[in-house]
Design a protein around this ligand. Structure first.
Ligand code: KG4
Ligand code: ZN
Length: 335
């Protein structure tokens, strides 16, 4: 009998309860996501206590659905994979307990996956394999970082945000404007109809690779408090400032590192405004642009499965320990 070629991956680090069946060759046989957005929208952001309770309610159903959609049972799996951090402690605990119990019950190994590495692998779920060396920009609600990857799975941190992530700035501004949660999609829709005419700052644009979005957020707030503004122009000016900063840093990294590809992943990589800017500016440099496929840009379990396969293939036992690691970094100390 040939060895099963698929694993079941579980992701519960924030407000999506997700499970996916992923084959060794990267084929995603199912990717099920139960989003809690509607529940948290009422509060203007993710409420950790509610998130963990909702994960506990949905996790078994989501896993069942992932297996049945892929048309497989436990006997067809060779491993489990689960996000162990970073993320909300109570939310992570639900996914890790589910994976650990299933691992014991089904006698399968459980691979612990770093959520950030999962995002970095999301671009591997596209039509073409990512060519290395690569420069990877991760832009999500929880994180904003620029990474140089000389090889698949090898990372050198170039820079990261000193305060808010870009998605967080989108979400906070949308909340203040009463536009609901998450802020990215709604602000982007408004921005598409406006003009960049409020001259917001481009924080840290002239320096290095670190990001800072809290000053930009304050500049938007001040403009709102000053009264009489056009909402579409405000959104367009904010999105343009975010995109400018992200592009400036990415182009700087491309110039310094000379990669074959530029990879952009994370929830904000779903932004059509950012995607268009990237499409216009990166390929003319002779660098392959690899965007996370839209359905794998925001949180999902398929990307966790892809990262887990990489570790299984290498037989590397050096990943994070199985357990919850709410503040897990991308690189371990000294890495
Ligand atoms: O990667 P993700 O699902 O979760 C984290 O790991 O944080 O990213 C969620 C973030 C939210 O801040 C949301 O506002 C943002 O991604 N986002 C967008 C868009 N869709 C989601 N930002 C800009 N434009 C979008 N279309
Ligand atoms: Zn994420």
């Amino acid at each position: 009998m040939s060895a099963p070629e698929r694993l079941l991956a579980i992701e519960t680090s924030c407000d999506e309860t997700a499970a996916a069946v992923v084959r060794r060759d990267g084929t995603v046989e199912s990717s099920i996501i139960h989003s809690q957005i509607d529940m948290h929208a009422e509060w203007g952001g993710v409420v950790p206590e509610l998130a963990s309770r909702e994960h506990a309610l949905w996790i078994v159903g989501v896993i069942d659905h992932a297996l049945s959609t892929a048309g497989v049972t436990a006997a067809d799996l060779s491993a489990l994979a689960v996000t162990v951090g970073p993320g909300l402690p109570g939310s992570l605990a639900v996914g890790v307990s589910a994976a650990t119990s299933l691992g014991l019950g089904w006698n399968l190994p459980v691979v612990a996956v770093n959520h950030l590495e999962g995002h970095l692998f999301s671009a591997e779920l596209g039509e073409k394999p990512v060519e290395y060396p690569a420069v990877i920009l991760l832009v999500s609600g929880g994180h904003c970082m620029l990474v140089h990857a000389p090889e698949r799975g090898e990372y050198r941190l170039l820079g990261q945000t000193r305060d808010d992530s870009v998605g967080e700035a989108y979400d906070k501004i949308a909340r203040e404007l009463g536009l609901g949660y998450p802020g990215g999609p709604v602000l982007d829709r408004l921005a598409a109809k406006g003009d960049d005419r409020y001259a917001f700052p481009r924080p840290l644009a002239a320096q290095g690779y670190d990001f800072s979005f809290s000053g930009l957020k304050t500049a938007v707030r001040r403009r709102v408090e000053a009264g009489a503004f056009d909402l579409e122009d405000l959104a367009a000016s904010f999105a343009a400032a975010c995109c400018d900063v992200l592009l400036i840093k990415l182009l700087r990294a491309i110039e310094e590192c000379g990669p074959k590809s530029a990879v952009v992943v994370g929830g904000v990589a779903a932004s059509p405004i950012l995607r268009n800017r990237l499409q216009a500016e990166i390929p003319p440099l002779g660098v392959e642009l690899m965007l996370a496929p839209l359905k794998y840009a925001t949180d999902n379990a398929a990307m966790i499965g892809a990262a887990a396969w990489w570790h299984l293939e290498r037989g590397d036992a050096a990943g994070p320990a199985l357990g919850i690691h709410p503040r897990l970094a991308l690189l371990s100390a000294g890495g």
